[in-house]
Design a protein around this ligand. Structure first.
Ligand code: SF4
Length: 633
């Protein structure tokens, strides 16, 4: 992950950003302390946390902190999940109370999380649990197991404890994975195959997983490894056994969370697809097959990859203003129920999004999407353009089909918002194409931010608007929706820029692709704003120079570091987050305010990305919503 520590910017840039309401960049508060507010605290970016992730040397001390965490958690409000910043605050308080040093902060965070979720985890039937083990537990020199796409395929030779856990867990009915990381875990949760996780991992891995798992409200119990050195690691085995074969029905109410709504969104594209989006043409004769081909490709493309964030937003927004009953169910068997017209409208959001991706991939000549060849590489440019157009028509039809149930006024309001989103996206895309290549040197930060606001925010806006509008008039939300979505849309796009510099960019399998194409990114604009004299000449030369793509990318990266571009972009993401939070704080009802916070944390998640796995997944029927790939949204 590109480092994104805080920095100050020039007055000029500050004025420009104010003009588009993205916010100024102020002197940072790099203090590790968090605010007193229990919920919705703002994570600080870019701090090195290695000194906060020590595990106590003795079992006595580890047990003492665990017991203290259990006592501490009895006073916590368990009605809904907390985020990472709130967990950090509680953990600091705990360490203060038991006079232990800050170096155990990460350890204490895991234990408070465990204490919060333990009863709810133990109430999950064994066959609905996932046991996640790290491959570094294996016997480093003699392990005969091979890796496959799902992790280590343990042969149960008995040389390490993996086999013991795996055998017992499988006897009980657990799903077992010997793998690392939260993306695959969340996919499994969202797919509806398991409801909770018993995980063993080092504090580094747990730190990355905490945000997603906690935020989504997944009952989990984590056992930290004693070190993070990835070889022959050790753990307190009794802590695993303490939970592994224990089942205790729950007496207290469950913590609400967004997993049921994620699953409801997921189900639309799986079990409910034929109901919501029935085939209109059937193959038969050769001629019929040709006529049916475009619909078939478009429908299949709808099912491919991505997090299905937009349909989730529509369903969750609708739920938030109609009683928020969707947050209560945590059983895969009792998903939140939505009428057909609400589900059609939610699916329409994905149709428009998928159409824009097809056209975007053609315009950028991107080779990969969701870890596979892009549509135009598979079928040719003409056919892909046509499929994109078809998806747009499909999206409008999905909404117009429900006009009677939605009411003519609501349906036309939603269509109007979508038409606006479509026009803005095209304007933004047109500007990006115009600025790509040699003209990119004319780009200013203000241009880049305006462009991002056009390209990214309207799709979030349409999804949020549609969910709310289907529940009633929009008087209370008319101004809030575009403002909120502008902040998260711009922040999301900047984050996407940062992720483009990952070693392996999520979802595309090509690093520095935007730089390679000399696209008008905010990073480039920040560099152009800052660079003076010979450095600017070098920068402009790089954009115009027919260097190999790799050379240009490497030299741009070096210049960006020199000019502090990554840090400043990270600061802007924080600023977008703050502005979005300020908007959310004014919103009623509380369920909608909570949803907006959840969206902020989800869309502006800056955890390191993992490569998108192949379409194969450990258990059948998995579909990602909240993986770790911002770019795939
Ligand atoms: S028990 Fe499994 S993971 Fe452990 S050394 Fe043997 S084959 Fe490898």
């Amino acid at each position: 992950m590109i480092s994104a520590t805080l920095a100050t910017s020039s007055d000029d840039l500050r004025a420009e950003r104010d003009a588009v309401d993205v916010g100024t960049v102020e002197s940072p508060d790099t203090s590790p302390s968090v605010s007193d507010s229990e919920r919705g605290d703002k994570p600080r970016r870019g701090r090195s946390t290695s000194h906060l992730k020590l595990v106590p040397d003795t079992l006595d001390l580890r047990d003492a902190i665990r017991e203290a965490a259990d006592r501490y958690a009895t006073q916590l409000d368990k009605s809904r999940p907390f985020n990472k910043a709130a967990l950090e605050m509680h953990s600091r308080t705990l360490l203060d109370q038991i006079s232990q040093p800050e170096c155990y902060l990460g350890f204490a965070m895991v234990l408070i999380g465990n204490a919060f979720w333990k009863q709810q985890f133990l109430a999950i039937p064994f066959e609905r649990r996932l046991l996640l083990l790290p491959h570094c537990l294996k016997h480093a020199d003699g392990c005969p197991a091979e890796y496959d796409e799902f992790g280590l395929d343990c042969e149960k030779c008995g040389a390490c404890s993996i086999a013991d856990y795996k055998v017992r867990a499988e006897q009980l009915g657990y799903k077992v994975l010997v793998a690392e990381g939260s993306p695959v875990v969340l996919k499994i949760i969202v797919s509806g195959h398991v409801d909770g996780i018993l995980g063993v991992a080092c504090l580094n891995v747990l730190e990355k997983a905490i945000d997603k798992v906690l935020l989504a409200g997944v009952p989990s119990y984590a056992v930290p490894l004693h070190s993070g050195d990835c070889k022959n690691t050790k753990l307190d085995e009794s802590w695993v056994w303490h939970c592994l074969d224990k089942y205790v029905p729950l007496v207290e109410p469950k913590t609400s969370g967004y997993v049921p709504l994620m699953r409801a969104s997921n189900e639309m594209f799986e079990a409910q697809l034929d109901e919501i989006l029935p085939l209109t043409r059937q193959g038969g004769s050769a001629g019929d097959s040709l006529l049916a081909e475009t619909e078939s490709i478009a429908r299949n493309w709808m099912l491919k990859g991505g997090k299905r964030l937009r349909p989730f937003i529509t369903l969750a927004a609708n739920d938030a203003v109609t009683g928020a009953s969707g947050l209560q169910s945590t059983s895969a068997g009792s998903l939140p129920q939505f009428s057909l017209e609400v589900r059609r409208t939610a699916m329409a959001m994905e149709a428009f999004h998928k159409a824009s991706l097809v056209h975007d991939d053609i315009q950028d000549n991107d080779p990969y999407r969701y870890g596979k060849e892009t549509l135009h590489r598979q079928y040719g440019i003409g056919a892909a353009i046509n499929v994109g157009d078809y998806l747009i028509g499909m999206g409008y039809r999905l909404i117009s089909q429900g006009r009677r149930e939605l009411g003519a006024e609501a349906a036309s309001d939603i269509l109007d918002r979508l038409a606006n989103a479509h026009l803005k996206l095209c304007e933004g895309q047109g500007a990006e194409l115009r600025w790509t290549g040699a003209d990119a040197v004319k780009l200013t930060s203000l241009d880049a931010i305006k462009l991002y606001a056009l390209k990214t925010s309207p799709a979030f806006e349409a999804a949020l608007y549609a969910g709310l509008r289907m529940a009633g008039p929009m008087d209370a939300y008319e101004a809030m929706v575009p403002t909120f979505c502008r902040h998260i849309g711009v922040g999301f796009q900047i984050l996407n820029d940062l992720l483009d510099w990952e070693e392996i960019a999520p979802n595309k399998l090509v690093a520095g692709r935007d730089a390679e194409l000399a696209k008008p990114t905010l990073l480039l604009a920040l560099a152009l704003d800052t660079a003076k004299g010979a450095v600017r000449e070098e920068l402009v030369g790089l954009i115009n120079d027919p260097l190999t793509a790799l050379d240009r990318t490497e030299r741009l990266k070096s210049l960006y570091h020199k000019l502090g571009v990554f840090e400043r972009a990270g600061t802007l993401v924080d600023k977008c987050r703050s502005r979005a939070e300020a908007v959310a704080d004014e919103v009623q009802p509380e369920a909608l305010r909570q949803l907006l916070y959840f969206l902020i944390d989800t869309v502006l998640d800056h955890s390191p990305a993992a490569p998108t796995p192949s379409s194969q997944t450990p258990f059948p029927g998995l579909l990602p919503i909240l993986g770790n790939t911002v770019g795939a949204m």
